[in-house]
Design a binder for this molecule. Structure first.
Ligand SMILES: Nc1ncnc2c1ncn2[C@@H]1O[C@H](COP(=O)(O)OP(=O)(O)OP(=O)(O)O)[C@@H](O)[C@H]1O
Ligand SMILES: [Mg+2]
Length: 250
């Protein structure tokens, strides 16, 4: 279980995370939604250790991980993909994944040789297969389509076998067909079991279709949380983010 308790982060006068408390049960698929600037990415940056909170706790399986370096948080099982994919643009897909396995942060090129070569190859291929990237193993990352770059970004987190996978807008910038493929892939990954997935997403059709729990941020505050039905019909959420329901507009 990942539990966030009274988490707070300000940037000067802007309170990006205002005493937010959320539980992400083990094995669940949850979404964090809200308007631009609501604090969604900041929330992920705090969990993954890229930013330090001003106060509050982030508890993974009973242990408060606040203050631990990002590399340690990755090692403890929190993986993330980024709103803008962070790739080794000059390496091939396979090289990137094997490099990630050999570096403590998963994303720097300091090779530590923690894994024997054959193991990194097998694990890289396993993850490429899961994400439908196996035909692209030898393609240089910078030459991949936008959709495949987003997939590789997820693969870089997944290859380290996380317990919790944080996905920041996995379908941003994609066309309808790529979107469907990406979401089917993410859903299949989660459905296999064992992985806690937290998704930041602006595409509400996707959010309502696949999420078990939805948490709504607005101006850094947790405005509402519940299942898709509860969120869809919550007047405060409709006003702050969703707008008038389609039926009512017709
Ligand atoms: N490193 C930073 N320094 C200063 N202000 C920041 C920093 N990161 C985020 N902010 C501010 O914190 C607020 C929340 O930003 P954040 O990127 O978390 O929003 P978001 O919900 O992810 O938005 P979007 O949907 O556009 O991605 C914004 O007002 C933003 O300008
Ligand atoms: Mg964001």
């Amino acid at each position: 279980m990942l539990k966030v308790e009274n988490l707070r982060k300000s940037f000067g006068g802007v309170v990006a995370t205002a005493d937010v408390s959320i539980d992400f049960p083990t094995g669940s698929l949850s979404a964090v939604i809200g308007p631009n600037g609501a604090g969604k990415t900041t929330f992920f940056n705090l969990i993954s250790g890229g930013l330090q909170p001003d106060s509050g706790r982030i508890v993974l399986d009973g242990e408060d991980i606040v203050g631990q370096p990002s590399s340690e948080i990755v090692r403890k099982g929190i993986g993330r993909a980024f709103q803008v994919a962070k790739l080794f643009k000059s390496l091939t897909v396979e090289e990137s994944l094997r490099g990630a396995l050999q570096s403590p942060l998963g994303r720097s090129l300091q090779m530590h040789g923690r894994f024997p070569t054959d193991d990194t190859r097998d694990r890289a291929h396993e993850v490429m297969q899961q994400l439908g990237l196996e035909k692209k193993a030898d393609v240089v990352s910078g030459n991949l389509s936008h959709g495949d770059q987003k997939l590789l970004d997820i693969a870089l987190a997944l290859v380290l076998n996380p317990k919790v996978l944080l996905l920041d807008e996995p379908v941003a910038g994609m066309g309808p067909e790529e979107r469907t493929q990406m979401i089917d892939t993410v859903y299949a990954l989660w459905k296999k079991g064992g992985l806690t997935v937290v998704l930041i997403e602006h595409d509400m059709e996707i959010v309502f279709r696949i999420s078990q729990h939805i948490h709504v941020l607005s101006y850094g505050k947790l405005l509402a949380q519940g299942n898709p039905e509860q969120i869809r019909n919550n007047p405060a959420v409709i006003e702050a983010y969703l707008g008038t329901p389609k039926e009512a507009r017709a």
